[in-house]
Design a protein around this ligand. Structure first.
Ligand SMILES: [Fe+2]
Ligand SMILES: [Fe+2]
Ligand SMILES: [Fe+2]
Length: 407
């Protein structure tokens, strides 16, 4: 089915999830997109290319899922292993029709200008190098500061030092020119940056987007989430497959089934904000850690609600840890406030987690997992009618829950 969406808005909102990780500061991707677009304007690039570089800027670090990737600097501008996230990011974008054209730019966004292969098209080289340059400007802002005139001059001088080697000389010149304007730096502040993107988003009207295209975007972000925790690889894919299967068996409309599937792909988006130390902890979490972990459904909502047309999807996703006895989180909703879609997603999430193999334990059998659902139903936490559907279709539910493990 079709969805009416502003695709600039979709990318903007989802890139917020990426901004939760990587660099200490939030909105790194948006600053890189903005700075690249301003340099591109100075260079006289076409408006299509300026749009493109804004989108690439927002997505450029999609290959980073762990908060410590950016921490091993080997010089003032380079760090060990920077290629890993470029390769990963490129392979994620390649699978998404909307973003597949950005693959090479992302792949080379940490390659020195004098090392870029001569066989690459000039446009790709320029775009990759522009992202590299503004990405490093953003890192230098943290290292050197960018508040005083002297600090800004230091950032410019460091970039100029590497002209011809790390960065294309024409790009460096254009950056130096645009960054002489005071406003260039003011736009890097959160409120001004949001205003800058708002204007850009509102320049386009919403248009028809096909479910399958939207699903490929959702799958990419699910990959980013699953990569953050080594314990849960492919969890999200299994939850989405099972939730869709259950919603069909429940007799929901196709539109509702699609909504549940999308909500399932997005349900743990907010986990990108949870510190690695908590997500990777082998033992049980203490009370404080648990409360930080438990806010992820809320953060998934905060990201998704920014997309007009995504209201229900945001709600369903954010309620996946609510239980009918009002002891779930983050909202502590009562049963009558939890829609069927969210009840289905909650059961799919629990069942998948139980049957999935984890590095520290084998997955449960389908029967044992059903036993856990039964006891949670007896405690008035889960919807008995959905647990019944799982019982009557146990074999297929199990297959859908683990199907993605082999993908
Ligand atoms: Fe990067
Ligand atoms: Fe970056
Ligand atoms: Fe969750």
């Amino acid at each position: 089915m079709k969805y009416v969406l502003n695709f600039r808005e979709v990318t903007y909102a989802l890139s917020e999830a990426l901004d939760y990780v990587g660099i200490d500061d939030t909105m790194h991707g948006k600053r890189v997109g903005y700075m690249s677009a301003e340099v591109a304007k100075r260079l006289g690039w076409s408006s299509e290319r300026i749009d493109r570089i804004l989108l690439i800027g927002m997505l450029h670090d999609c290959g980073v899922s762990s908060t410590d990737v950016h921490h091993h600097l080997v010089s003032e501008l380079d760090w060990d292993n920077s290629q890993t996230h470029c390769i990963r990011g490129a392979s994620l974008l390649k699978k998404v029709p909307f973003y597949t054209d950005y693959t090479d730019v992302i792949l080379y966004h940490h390659t020195h200008w004098d090392e870029l292969s001569s066989s690459l098209p000039l446009e790709t080289k320029e775009e990759a190098n522009l992202i590299y340059l503004t990405d490093r400007v953003d890192a230098l802002r943290v290292q050197l500061g960018s508040t005083t005139l002297q600090e800004k001059a230091n950032v410019r001088a460091t970039i100029q030092k590497y002209a011809g080697e790390m960065f294309a000389p024409e790009l460096v010149d254009a950056f130096v020119e645009v960054s002489l304007a005071d406003s260039f730096w003011y736009y890097l502040e959160i409120e001004s940056l949001e205003g800058y993107y708002d204007e850009w988003i509102n320049l386009t009207e919403p248009s028809d987007v096909l479910f399958d295209d939207l699903k490929s975007v959702a799958m990419m972000f699910a990959d980013v989430v699953d990569a953050k925790s080594p314990f849960t690889s492919k969890h999200t894919y299994g939850v989405a497959a099972l939730a869709r299967h259950l919603s069909g068996l429940y007799g929901l409309s196709e539109r509702q089934q699609e909504r549940i599937e999308l909500a399932a792909f997005f349900h743990d988006l907010g986990k990108l904000r949870v510190a690695d130390a908590i997500l990777h902890k082998a033992g049980p979490l203490n009370e404080e850690e648990r409360s930080q972990m438990n806010r992820h459904g809320f953060d998934s909502n905060m990201i998704l609600r920014k997309i007009k047309g995504f209201h229900e999807i945001a709600q369903i996703a954010s309620m996946h840890h609510e239980t009918l006895d009002a002891k779930g989180y983050p909202y502590h909703l009562h049963g009558d406030q939890i829609p069927t879609e969210a009840r289905i997603l909650a059961i799919a999430d629990i069942f998948q987690a139980l049957v999935q193999d984890r590095p520290y334990r084998m997955g449960m059998s389908a029967e044992a997992a059903l036993g856990v659902l039964d006891s949670m139903r007896d405690d008035l936490k889960l919807d008995g009618s959905i647990v019944e559907i799982v019982r009557q279709n146990l074999e297929s539910c199990y297959r859908w829950a683990i199907v993605s493990e082999n993908v």
